[in-house]
Design a binder for this molecule. Structure first.
Ligand code: 9YT
Length: 128
C-alpha cells in the first residue's frame, strides 16, 4: 500500500514547475499503478497550449475558475469546482485560468515525473 501526503511532495523532485502550472505528482510510473495522479495548480491569468498526443488525461477541478478551448471543435467549456474533463481523443486544447485553479489530474500511461511540455505542448513517452 502507498500512502503519501501533499506536504511530502512539496519541494521535492516530484514538485514540478512547468511555468504556467505547478504539478505535485502523487503517483508516478515507478509506483506501478498504471496511471499517474497529480495535484496541479494552474496559475491565474495563464493560457497554456496542450496536446497530449501520447497520453490520456482526466482532470477534475476542485478550486478556481477557467476554461478549456478545444481546437478543431471550436468549443469552449467553462471550468469551475466540480468540472471534470477527459481528453479521450488526444484533443489539442488551450487551458485558461481566470482565477488560479487546482486540478486533480490522472494520466494513462503514467508520467515518470520528469515531464514538462515540449514545444508541441506534449509530454514525451519516457522508456525506462
Ligand atoms: C490540466 C493540465 O493538463 N495541466 C498541465 C499540467 C499537467 N496536468 C500535470 O503534469 O500535472
Amino acid at each position: 500500500m502507498i500512502v503519501k501526503n501533499l506536504e511530502d511532495i512539496l519541494g521535492t523532485e516530484d514538485d514540478v514547475d512547468g511555468g504556467n502550472w505547478v504539478s505535485r505528482r502523487l503517483l508516478l510510473k515507478k509506483d506501478g499503478m498504471g496511471f499517474s495522479l497529480h495535484d496541479t495548480i494552474i496559475k491565474e491569468g495563464t493560457e497554456t497550449y496542450i496536446w497530449y498526443k501520447n497520453h490520456l488525461e482526466a482532470v477534475y477541478c476542485v478550486e478556481g475558475e477557467g476554461e478549456i478551448e478545444v481546437l478543431g471543435e471550436g468549443k469552449i467549456y467553462p471550468i469551475k469546482p466540480g468540472t471534470m474533463y477527459a481528453l479521450d481523443g488526444h484533443e489539442k486544447h488551450y487551458l485558461r485560468a481566470k482565477k488560479q485553479m487546482r486540478m486533480v489530474c490522472v494520466f494513462n500511461p503514467p508520467v515518470t515525473g520528469k515531464e514538462v511540455h515540449d514545444e508541441e505542448g506534449t509530454y514525451p513517452i519516457i522508456e525506462d
